[in-house]
Design a protein around this ligand. Sequence first.
Ligand code: FPP
Ligand code: MG
Ligand code: MG
Length: 377
Amino acid sequence: ATKGDMHIDPLRTVAKEMKFLTGNIRQLLGSGHPSLDRVAKYYTQAEGKHVRPLIVLLMSRATALCPKNESAPASAHDSINSSISPLDILSDVNPSKPLSGYSSEPEFSESDILPSQRRLAEITELIHTASLLHDDVVDHSVSRRGSPSANFEFGNKMAVLAGDFLLGRASVALARLRNAEVIELLATVIANLVEGEFMQLKNTARDERNPAYSEEIFNYYLQKTYLKTASLISKSCRAAALLGRADAITVDAAYAYGRNLGLAFQLVDDMLDYTKSGKDLGKPAGADLELGLATAPLLFAWKTTPELGSLVGRKFEQEGDVQRARELVIQSNGIEQTRALAEDYSQRAISALDTFPDSEAKDGLIDMAMKTLKRQK
Ligand code: FPP
Ligand code: MG
Ligand code: MG
């Protein structure tokens, strides 16, 4: 479906929907308590990349053209009598603010994206943002998106509680979709994020002083990466297709796209941690080794450099370990191999869309898979 030299801007395809995203998310995060309100909305100020909602919206449009599962339940939002907007949630928690004071997109336009799918895009970003609030506490990060991290600005307690608040509001929005399968998928994502984070804290499958490299260790890393990063993207893609009442083949293809894209995305992330400066990334660079984490570039290097085993075993904790490990990784072909594996997953993501009819949205999804490899931060 790639049209040679034709320039595709995935954003343009869903620009109208994306325009309302941040505003709707901020409405979902409204709290009567001023300081909670401030911390909860903090990561919605700096412009994030909104990769996940962008993919959900593109997937919603791309799957609208695919075969339907006629017996699938319609979501509450999508029945013609439904007028549930993201704002209605606030009528319960923040009655002092008049609903008419908010602006929102028209719920029914000529767009083939359903209201429930727009809500899903917002929920996906909320869950992601909650995980970032918690992640920066766990990682002791002082910066995010070029600004002080929430934990640095407000302290750990506030950052953790704000993350919990986001998950609560995401759960309310999710329940409002009235689609049990979609609720189950996104609830599983939240559990998966924590499971991935726990696998990462333990770092390798076995705790040894001088471990030898093995395929088992690499598979553990991939499983962790799925849980930590790809689960959210893949299950959100699956949910987008389900909300559109797509047939089973399409739902599975949407999931496969998200899974492979998510894995490619994190592999690139792990590569950039070695190749970019903190200034370029807007967050600390070289952070993974400092945190004791052996990611793909190091695992590939370890294959041919057994010396790395003892450094991994003590989590790069001794004086000079981080510097030595970095040198060994850079001398090896670990970074190139990480890029090659990311390219492989990106290609698999694109292939997963083979059964989709050609469309601008499908081209947008293909472009996102290619852009994932080229991103610099
Ligand atoms: C970023 O990874 C972190 C994640 C993708 C998930 C972190 C998950 C938790 C902290 C568990 C709690 C989860 C929820 C749902 C609140 P990174 O540290 O590699 O990326 P970074 O460089 O952007 O910090
Ligand atoms: Mg982090
Ligand atoms: Mg982390």
